[in-house]
Design a protein around this ligand. Structure first.
Ligand SMILES: Cc1ncc(COP(=O)(O)O)c(C=O)c1O
Length: 409
């Protein structure tokens, strides 16, 4: 390969002159199918999910399609992943005085949703999969713990077998946050169908997207009914609430335009994931001979949606140097203002708990308990894997990673 070529960061010429394709998987697959579907809803003039002058009930259709894709009995469409989390937590019975264990690497919505459900988020370390370290549940569980939030992050599912086992031992509910891994699986089961309830986001960066949107999936009729109530002002007039407890709701309803887009996006999800898997496999194979890198641990490699490739270097300093050098070679994928690194203390990123000081007032005091998380995040080099990569994009990525590794490792 390109032994000791001068790095672009040191004044050499970059491996690529042009940027890589962006990382908005679902959105970049929007075509006539979504356009026609939205047009149909607009022509019906019935944009509300429950009725209208020529009501099509596309939201109901989308909910049925997603529930059949996931293999869960119930799906409720909502307006965001954050509201889906609030509905799910309320659905499993989380409320005042309860604690919910969440990973220290997630999205800022995760602790916020716990607080919206009137409970207290408790941080737990991640492991080298970048997801919740199952061992941490036993370290964090208390008499007040009601639930664990298993956040399937950057395309990869958590290690659900040990998580479910420990959760059942302590009678905890399990909420799966599938916002970043829709379509992923764990030992053959769709993410979102393993715990008590699963939540999805259809915001712009997600594997399938309508700009905004979300969903709640469960097999449990009580969780479903509570979610319906919370999402629709208590839903007293829908005539289908059978459980006795009343949930004073807000308004998190999905509308028919979002559903019209999502029903078409869902048809494309496997194709999008397949494209990312192929791209990632090729890159990973071709860089696996590099000494000194350790790939991210995948609890179930088959189930990885392959939205990104992550490997660890021996020190955080090396990882940052490596990532900056790759950036200068134009080997990075833009995804709307997010830094190309997993963790850089200098750069704000709402996925990392150190930036949740507004939520955890005592963060400085408890920071040292999460050195495992910061060590893992700090040593991670990260590259988004767009489904739009061409053969030549992939070749340049492989060349760029080798070039930087030759110079820096
Ligand atoms: C892990 C995770 N959970 C929850 C959310 C919240 O979703 P939304 O932005 O649709 O509210 C997001 C993304 O935005 C996310 O990445």
């Amino acid at each position: 390969m390109s032994k000791k070529k001068k790095l672009a960061i040191h004044g050499g010429s970059p491996v690529r002159r042009t940027p890589l394709p962006p990382m908005y998987p679902g959105a970049t697959f929007i075509d006539e199918a979504e356009q026609n579907s939205v047009k149909k809803v607009l022509e019906s003039k019935s944009l509300f999910r429950y009725y209208g002058p020529k009501f099509l009930n596309i939201t109901g259709e989308f909910e049925r399609a997603l529930s059949s894709y996931l293999g869960t009995k119930y799906v409720l469409g909502v307006n965001s992943g954050t509201s889906a989390l609030h509905c799910a937590l309320t659905g499993v019975g989380v409320g005042a005085e309860d604690e919910v264990i969440i990973p220290a690497y997630a999205w800022v919505s995760c602790p916020c949703a716990v607080i919206a459900a009137k409970a207290r988020p408790v941080l737990a370390n991640i492991d080298k999969s970048l997801t919740l370290d199952p061992k941490e549940i036993e370290n964090k569980v208390s008499e007040r713990t009601k639930a664990v939030m298993a956040v399937h992050i950057r395309g990869v599912g958590c290690d659900m077998d040990p998580i479910m086992k420990i959760a059942r031992k302590y009678e905890l509910k399990v909420v799966e946050d599938v916002a970043q891994a829709a379509g992923g699986t764990y030992h053959g089961k769709k993410l979102g169908s393993i715990g008590d309830v699963g939540t999805f986001s259809f915001q712009l960066n997600k594997i399938i997207s309508a700009g905004e949107g979300g969903a709640v999936a469960t097999d449990d009729p009580v969780i479903y009914e509570r979610a319906v109530m919370l999402h629709d002002a208590g839903a007293p007039y829908r005539g289908r609430i059978t459980s006795r407890d009343f949930i004073p709701g807000v308004n998190y309803r999905m509308n028919e335009v979002i559903a019209a887009i999502m029903i078409e996006q869902l048809k494309k999800i496997d194709k999008i994931i397949l494209a990312m898997k192929k791209n990632k496999k090729k890159i990973k194979e071709e860089i696996s001979d590099i000494e000194g890198i350790e790939f991210r641990h995948l609890p179930d490699p088959e189930g990885d949606t392959s939205v990104c490739l992550v490997f660890y270097l021996p020190t955080a300093e090396k990882a940052r140097e490596f990532q900056r050098a790759l950036h200068a070679e134009n080997i990075y994928v833009s995804s709307g203002g997010y830094p190309p690194v997993i963790y850089d203390p200098e750069v704000f990123d709402g996925h990392v708990f150190v930036h949740w000081k507004h939520i955890f007032k005592n963060l400085d005091k408890i920071m040292s308990k999460y050195s495992q998380t910061l060590d893992i995040l700090g040593r991670a080099v990260h590259l988004d894997i767009s489904p739009l990569f061409t053969e030549s994009d992939i070749e340049s990525i492989i060349e760029g990673i080798h070039k930087v590794a030759d110079a820096l490792l």
